[in-house]
Design a protein around this ligand. Structure first.
Ligand SMILES: NC(=O)c1ccc[n+]([C@@H]2O[C@H](COP(=O)([O-])OP(=O)(O)OC[C@H]3O[C@@H](n4cnc5c(N)ncnc54)[C@H](OP(=O)(O)O)[C@@H]3O)[C@@H](O)[C@H]2O)c1
Length: 313
C-alpha cells in the first residue's frame, strides 16, 4: 500500500482530495444545433449525459447494444425534452460491430460535434469475446478507440469538435501489461483488469490529442464521479448483493456525471482544451503509470493492430 502511494507527489494527492470534495462545475451553454454521439446511453453515466444534452438542445445519436432499452431511452428523451434522437445498435464486445456502426454513422450523420464514449463494464472473472479479446479490455478500451478513430472524419468536418472518453479513477489500480493485454498469462483480478483498460484508454488520449493538435478536434478523459449505476451488475449474485446493499449506499446520483459531461461538452472556455484528465470537471493529474509516454506509444501501435485501424489520423 505504502509502496503504491509513494509513486504520488504529496501535492498531487492533495489536489485529488480537494477535487473529490469540490462540487463539479456547471454551465448553461447551449448545445442547440450540435450533434452529440453517446455510447452506453441506456444506463447510468451515459443515460444521465443524454438527458443533459437533450435538456440543453443537442441533437442526439445514441449507441446501444440492447434495442428495447435504446428505444425506451429515445422515447423518454423525445417526450421530456422534445429532443431529436436517433438510435444505432452496436455491441462493443464485437469490434466488427463497432466498425459496422461507425460506417453507418459516417453515412447517416452530416457531422459530429461531440463524441462521448461512456459504454463500459467491470467483470470479476475473465471473459473472452467471440473475437478472442478479454471482455473489459475490449469494451472499455479497444471499442471506443476504434469508434473514435473511425468517426474522426465527421468530427473534423465542422472544424471544432470534442471527444470525451469516460474514464475512471480506477485507472489508478494499474494492471496494464503490454505483454498480456488480454489477461491470458496472469491471474485475473477484476479491479486490475478494469484499471488496465482505463490506463490504456488514458495513454491513448495523450497520443490522440497530440495527433489532433491544431485540427480543432479536442480529446479529453474524465472520471464521472462515484455514482449509483448498473456497472458490475453483470457479475455473480454475491457481487450484486454487495453492490446494491453496501456499495450503493456510499455512491452519488449519476446526474452529477451527466452535468459534468454537459460542461465538458459545451462550456465555451473548454473549447481548446485537449489531452487532459478531469475528475468530473476538475483537471487532475492521473497516476504516474498512466503518463508513461513510451508505454503509450507502444500501446497505440498495438491498439492500431488489434482494431485494424490505420494511422492516418
Ligand atoms: N458508476 C461509477 O461510479 C463510475 C465510476 C468511474 C467510471 N465509470 C465509468 O462510467 C462509464 C459508464 O458506466 P456506468 O457506471 O454508467 O455503468 P452502467 O450503468 O452499467 O452503464 C454502462 C453502459 O455501457 C453499456 N455497455 C456495457 N457493455 C456493453 C457492450 N458490450 N456493448 C455496448 N454497450 C455496452 C451498457 O449497456 P446496457 O444498458 O445494455 O447494459 C450501459 O449503457 C463506464 O465507462 C465506467 O467505467 C463509472
Amino acid at each position: 500500500m505504502f509502496r503504491y502511494l509513494r509513486q504520488y507527489d504529496m501535492a498531487d494527492m492533495r489536489d485529488m482530495l480537494r477535487n473529490q470534495r469540490t462540487a463539479h462545475r456547471r454551465t448553461t451553454a447551449s448545445l442547440e444545433g450540435k450533434t452529440v454521439v453517446i455510447s452506453g446511453s441506456t444506463s447510468g453515466v451515459g443515460l444521465a449525459a443524454a438527458r443533459e444534452v437533450a435538456r440543453f438542445g443537442g441533437r442526439l445519436v445514441l449507441l446501444a447494444r440492447n434495442e428495447a432499452k435504446g428505444r425506451a431511452v429515445c422515447a423518454e428523451l423525445e417526450r421530456d425534452s422534445g429532443a431529436e434522437v436517433s438510435l444505432h445498435l452496436a455491441d462493443f464486445a464485437r469490434l466488427a460491430d463497432v466498425r459496422r456502426v461507425a460506417d453507418e454513422l459516417l453515412d447517416a450523420v452530416p457531422r459530429i460535434d461531440v463524441l462521448i464514449n461512456s459504454a463500459g463494464v467491470h467483470s470479476t472473472r475473465r471473459r473472452e469475446t467471440d473475437e478472442g479479446h478479454e471482455l473489459v479490455f475490449c469494451v472499455n478500451h479497444l471499442a471506443p478507440f476504434l469508434l473514435t478513430l473511425r468517426l474522426l472524419p465527421k468530427l473534423r468536418d465542422g472544424g471544432a469538435a470534442r471527444i470525451i472518453q469516460v474514464n475512471s479513477q480506477g485507472h489508478r489500480f494499474g494492471g496494464l501489461d503490454l505483454a498480456d493485454l488480454d489477461w491470458r498469462r496472469r491471474w485475473y483480478l477484476g479491479l486490475l483488469a478494469y484499471g488496465a483498460s482505463k490506463t490504456a484508454q488514458l495513454l491513448s488520449v495523450w497520443e490522440l490529442a497530440e495527433r489532433l493538435a491544431g485540427s480543432g478536434v479536442t480529446v479529453n478523459a474524465m472520471h464521472p464521479g462515484e455514482v449509483r449505476t448498473g456497472i458490475g451488475l453483470n457479475n455473480g449474485p454475491l457481487y450484486r448483493w454487495y453492490q446494491r446493499r453496501v456499495l450503493d449506499r456510499f455512491l452519488g446520483d449519476a446526474r452529477v456525471s451527466g452535468e459534468s459531461l454537459h460542461t465538458l461538452a459545451a462550456a465555451p472556455e473548454l473549447g481548446g482544451v485537449s489531452g487532459r484528465y478531469f475528475n468530473r470537471t476538475h483537471p487532475e493529474k492521473p497516476a504516474p503509470h498512466a503518463l508513461d509516454r513510451a508505454v503509450g506509444a507502444r500501446l497505440w501501435e498495438m491498439s492500431m493492430d488489434l482494431t485494424g485501424s490505420s494511422d492516418d489520423v
